[in-house]
Ligand binder design. Structure first.
Ligand SMILES: NC(=O)c1ccc[n+]([C@@H]2O[C@H](COP(=O)([O-])OP(=O)(O)OC[C@H]3O[C@@H](n4cnc5c(N)ncnc54)[C@H](OP(=O)(O)O)[C@@H]3O)[C@@H](O)[C@H]2O)c1
Length: 267
């Protein structure tokens, strides 16, 4: 399903590349720049990080890099306009760009996994002026899996549900994604099973067991580009939508409808 999304009308290369401002130029931000480099429909117009005078993570060719320490966000948006901001920085990143992005009408895709509690109040405020999405796990695969899991739950409410997450040896806490899955399926957080072994990047499995059949949904992360791809998908999908707060599910539901009603996306 994921491999096919480029052939759907929403994913066709538009006439003008989407201009993206990136906040955070670490491991994930760097992978987004590399991925965007291979695509004609995305232009990473600028990057913002904390450190002044530092370039990107190992790339010689990268967009202009600004620092929060000596750049005014309103100046940046006025002089280097973008259609969307993607945030792969830290919980404090939004303090730099949020008001300026909302005032400029640039979509906000915040992918910081653990935001401060008051961030949601800000997201709501900004959403009256632009489109705002926050997703603590922005991969397309996990978000499709969440939709499918909720569908299975509704179809067979009596099935036993088990959630298993596997990660590298050093990860101490239970996966936040597994906890979100559990919450959305009405499974107690304590029931999530965690496996820690070697260098596993990240695997989530939901098992639906009923008397006569077992259904397993399994998602495996291979590389950070999966996060970058999900964030770029969100930025592209938000373009042209009304102002408001969005979740990844909202952007994926039209694809589910397209399966039910072929041609729905071309309408
Ligand atoms: N939603 C998802 O699915 C998903 C997936 C992966 C990662 N993430 C999140 O993305 C974030 C980055 O992860 P990472 O592994 O790439 O981290 P990282 O390698 O440590 O990179 C963080 C980058 O953000 C910059 N930064 C930090 N605070 C900033 C601020 N207040 N203003 C501007 N720039 C700031 C840093 O700048 P300097 O280098 O100058 O210090 C650095 O370039 C984390 O919050 C992580 O939880 C989310």
């Amino acid at each position: 399903m994921i491999a096919r999304h480029d052939s759907l009308p929403h994913r066709r290369t538009p006439a003008h590349p989407l201009r993206v401002g990136l906040i955070g130029f670490g491991k994930t931000g760097g992978s987004l720049v590399r991925l965007a480099d291979q695509r004609d429909d995305i232009d990473v117009t600028w990057v913002v990080r904390r450190t002044a005078g530092a370039a990107g993570p190992g790339e010689a060719d990268h967009p202009p890099v600004f620092s929060t320490s000596n750049t005014c966000a309103r100046w940046l948006f006025a002089n280097h306009p973008v259609d969307a901001v993607i945030d792969f920085s830290s919980p404090t990143g939004l303090e730099f760009y949020g008001d300026a992005a909302a005032a400029a009408g640039a979509s906000i895709v915040n992918a910081v996994s653990a935001v401060e509690r008051d961030a949601h109040t800000r997201f709501r405020r900004w959403s009256s002026r632009t489109r705002v999405l926050w997703s603590p796990n922005i991969t397309l695969g996990i978000n499709v899996m969440m939709l499918l899991a909720q569908t299975l739950r509704a179809v067979d409410p009596c099935a036993d549900i088990e959630i298993v997450e596997e990660h590298f040896r050093g990860k101490r806490e239970t996966s936040g994604t597994a906890l979100r899955l559990a919450d959305s399926l009405g499974v107690a957080a304590e029931a999530v099973k965690s496996v820690r072994a070697g260098g596993i990047v990240g695997t989530h499995e939901v098992i639906f067991g009923s008397d006569h059949q077992t259904v397993r949904l399994r998602h495996e992360s291979i590389s950070r580009e999966a996060f970058a791809d999900g964030a770029l998908f969100a930025a592209r999908q938000l373009q042209g939508r009304p102002n408001g707060l969005y979740r990844m599910e909202d952007l994926l539901v039209p694809y589910v409808d397209a399966v039910r009603y072929p041609g729905a996306l071309t309408a």
